[in-house]
Design a protein around this ligand. Structure first.
Ligand code: NAP
Length: 300
């Protein structure tokens, strides 16, 4: 009988890609969404949640809302949103999973998660990683590096001006395509629950890149020059706050930027190749596949 996988964060970047990666597999997909109407709305973002999964309403902030979605589930894909309540969100999901007799949790953590990480997100994720390691179910933790898809936040500027501004100086980052994270997650979820039990996989792209190099690859894919303009923390903070990004997130991003500028993210691993039997997607492929998003129309 097919296993039932509950997908959290179902309308977001990684889980959308995971549901795509699980398309056609011998599993029953179930999606937890805060607002069932958002499942329909996310179709525009490519998720088509309601078409590929059985949709259950539930809020990771509200433990009492969760039990129905977990009933009859074998595997939990646990993704918590960025924010100070992430460990509480994970705890609520883990408890609901235990109560429902879920067999396995596959959790999205973050690169460098540790109690002494130089960023609050890494320290919060470390709390949930520790909880998962003691959850009594089968478990696997994925710790991906900086998402190439974060570059889509710069698409408007690139389309309008051919430039983008980050407070990353000449940082090198072993950035990864989210589609690869999703394929690794799918691999783990489709393998026997014992196969990856107790493993923590740090996932990266194939090489460590500066944003000048990223700009060069975007320029090649778009057929016109793209320039990276380094800015200071204060300038970036002002821009993000001006776009309505919450202060907690702005602080978190600044902590990451400082860590990356210090060389903290300048590494790659061969874990992904070991899991998938192929090299990770590179930035040229990302740029090619997402070129329409970086063009003036933005939707072409
Ligand atoms: N960006 C990076 O470079 C990077 C790198 C490594 C790891 N990560 C980790 O990746 C995770 C974020 O993944 P993502 O980018 O795919 O997320 P995302 O696109 O921001 O989506 C977040 C998802 O969480 C859902 N959500 C928010 N609050 C919720 C709640 N209270 N209860 C239930 N669902 C809730 C959202 O649903 P709604 O539709 O209801 O809002 C949405 O589906 C974070 O844990 C982050 O630390 C990020």
């Amino acid at each position: 009988m097919s296993r039932t996988v509950l997908i959290t964060g179902a309308t977001g970047t990684v889980s959308t890609a995971l549901m795509n990666a699980l398309r056609g597999a011998e599993v029953n997909l179930r999606a937890l969404v805060r607002d069932e109407s958002a499942a329909g709305g996310s179709r525009e973002r490519g998720a088509e949640v309601a078409e590929v999964a059985e949709v259950f309403a539930g809020d990771l902030d509200d433990a009492r809302s969760l039990p129905p979605a977990f009933e009859g589930v074998q595997d939990l894909w646990l993704l918590t949103p960025n924010g100070p309540r992430a460990p509480e969100n994970a705890m609520n999901a883990v408890w609901a999973a235990r109560q429902a007799g879920v067999e396995r949790v596959v959790r999205l953590s973050v690169v460098g998660a540790a109690h002494d990480a130089p960023n609050r997100s890494g320290r919060l994720h470390a709390l949930s990683d520790r909880e998962i390691e003691r959850c009594g179910m089968r478990w696997t933790i994925l710790r991906p590096h900086w998402f190439m898809q974060n570059l889509l936040n710069e698409a408007g500027d690139i389309a309008a001006t051919g430039t983008f501004s980050l407070n990353m100086a000449s940082a090198r980052i072993g950035m990864i395509d989210v589609r690869d994270i999703a394929e690794c997650a799918a691999r783990v979820l489709l393998d026997d629950p014992d196969r990856h039990h107790g493993e923590t996989y740090t996932l990266t792209g194939p090489r460590s890149l500066t944003f000048d190099e990223v700009a060069g690859e975007l320029g090649l894919a778009l057929g016109r020059p793209v320039t990276y303009l380094p800015v200071g923390d204060d300038a970036k903070r002002k821009t993000l706050l001006g776009h309505g990004v919450p202060e907690w997130i702005v602080d978190m991003l600044e902590e990451y930027a400082r860590a990356y500028v210090s060389g903290w993210g300048d590494f790659t691993t061969d874990t992904l190749a070991g899991l998938l039997g192929r090299p990770p997607r590179d930035i040229a492929g990302f740029a090619r596949d997402h070129a329409p998003a970086f063009t003036a129309a933005g939707d072409g």
